[in-house]
Design a protein around this ligand. Structure first.
Ligand code: ADP
Length: 307
C-alpha cells in the first residue's frame, strides 16, 4: 500500500490563550494530489500548516507524512516537505543565490547537488538573472518566487504553500499557477491554503473547507463544481408580495417582501420560471445572477451568509 502524502488524525491545537484554533481535524492527502485547505481568516489553516511543518506544537492528534510519524520521525518528515510560508522570512540583505544555497546546506545536500539545484530552481522560477542581487531589491512577485525556489531546493515530495498568491497581481498569480501545475504533473504533491476560491477552483483536485477549526466539507473539486451547476438568481418584484412564493421545480428563498432568491436547477429554463410567475400575476422588475458560485457555497457551508 502506498502511504498518503499526508495523513492527519484528530488534530487539535489549543493556544495558551485558550483559542481552539484546530478542533479535531482529520484528513488524507494522497500522493500526487493537489489539495486545498480553503477557509476564511482565522479558520485554522496556518495553524494546521504550522503543525505539519513543526513550527507549531500540536495539542493532540497524529500526523504522518509519506508514512513517517511527526512525533517519532521528525527528520524524515522535514526532508519530505518544502514549505512556503505566508510572510517573507529570508534575510533581506543576503543575495538571492545565497538564500537558496544556504537552505540546501541546511538540508544537508552535498555541495555539488546544492549548487546544481540552486541553479535549476532559480532558472525555473525566472530568478537566475537576479542571483547576485540582494533579496530586498526584488519586486514582491520575485520575492514570492524566491520563497518557492528556496522551498524546492532539496526537492521535497510534498510542497506546502500558505496563501501563495496573497497580494500578488493577476499576472504573477497566473504564472505561479502554471508553475505549480507543472510541478504537480511531475509528481510533487501540493497542499495550499487559500481564501481565493478561484485559486482552489483552478488548481486543486481535492478540497477541505475549514471554518473555526473544523472541517465543514471534504470533497473532490469536480464534485463541488457539479453541485454548483444549480444557479441562483435574485428577483426584485414590482410590488411587495407578503406570502411565500411557490414555484414548481424552482426552490425559492424569501429575502424580503420584494426580493426573492430563486434556484434554477440544472436542465430547467427561465421561460418556465417566468410562465409560472406570470400565471400568479407576479411582475419582476429586475433579475440578477448571484455572484461567484463557489463563493456562495462557501458562505452557505461556513454559515457566514448574510441575508
Ligand atoms: P487562518 O490561517 O485560517 O487565518 P490561523 O491558524 O492563523 O487561521 O488562526 C486560527 C485561530 O487561532 C485564530 O482565532 C487566531 O487568532 C488564533 N491564533 C493563531 N495564532 C495564534 C497564537 N500564536 N496564539 C494565540 N492564538 C493564535
Amino acid at each position: 500500500m502506498i502511504a498518503p502524502a499526508l495523513e492527519i488524525k484528530n488534530l487539535v491545537k489549543v493556544y495558551k490563550n485558550g483559542v481552539h484554533a484546530v478542533d479535531d481535524i482529520s484528513l488524507t492527502v494522497e500522493q500526487g494530489d493537489f489539495f486545498a485547505l480553503l477557509g476564511p481568516n482565522g479558520a485554522g489553516k496556518s495553524t494546521t500548516i504550522g503543525i505539519i511543518t513543526s513550527l507549531v506544537r500540536k495539542t493532540s492528534g497524529q500526523i504522518k507524512v509519506f508514512g513517517y510519524d511527526l512525533d517519532t520521525q521528525i527528520e524524515e518528515v522535514k526532508t519530505c516537505i518544502g514549505v512556503v510560508p505566508q510572510e517573507f522570512n529570508f534575510a533581506i540583505f543576503n543575495k538571492v543565490e545565497e538564500i537558496v544555497a544556504t537552505q540546501a546546506g541546511y538540508y544537508g545536500l552535498p555541495y555539488k547537488v546544492a549548487k546544481h539545484n540552486t541553479e535549476k530552481y532559480l532558472k525555473l522560477l525566472g530568478l537566475w538573472d537576479k542571483r547576485k542581487q540582494m533579496a530586498r531589491m526584488l519586486s514582491g512577485g520575485m520575492k514570492r518566487r524566491l520563497m518557492i525556489a528556496r522551498a524546492l531546493v532539496h526537492e521535497p515530495r510534498l510542497l506546502i504553500l500558505d496563501e501563495p498568491t496573497a497580494g500578488v497581481d493577476i499576472e504573477v498569480r497566473r504564472s505561479m499557477w502554471d508553475f505549480l501545475n507543472d510541478l504537480n504533473r511531475q509528481g510533487v504533491s501540493i497542499i495550499l491554503t487559500t481564501h481565493y476560491l478561484e485559486e482552489a477552483e483552478n488548481l486543486c483536485r481535492n478540497v477541505a473547507i475549514i471554518n473555526k477549526g473544523k472541517i465543514v466539507r471534504l470533497a473532490h473539486m469536480n464534485e463541488l463544481l457539479k453541485e454548483l451547476e444549480n444557479e441562483k438568481f435574485i428577483l426584485n418584484l414590482v410590488m411587495p408580495y407578503d406570502r411565500d412564493l411557490i414555484i414548481n421545480d424552482f426552490p425559492v428563498d424569501k429575502l424580503d417582501d420584494q426580493t426573492f432568491e430563486v434556484m434554477v436547477p440544472k436542465g430547467k429554463n427561465m421561460t418556465d420560471l417566468f410562465a409560472q410567475l406570470a400565471a400568479q400575476h407576479i411582475e419582476v422588475k429586475s433579475l440578477r445572477n448571484k455572484s461567484n458560485r463557489l463563493e456562495e457555497l462557501f458562505l452557505d457551508l461556513t454559515g457566514s451568509h448574510k441575508k
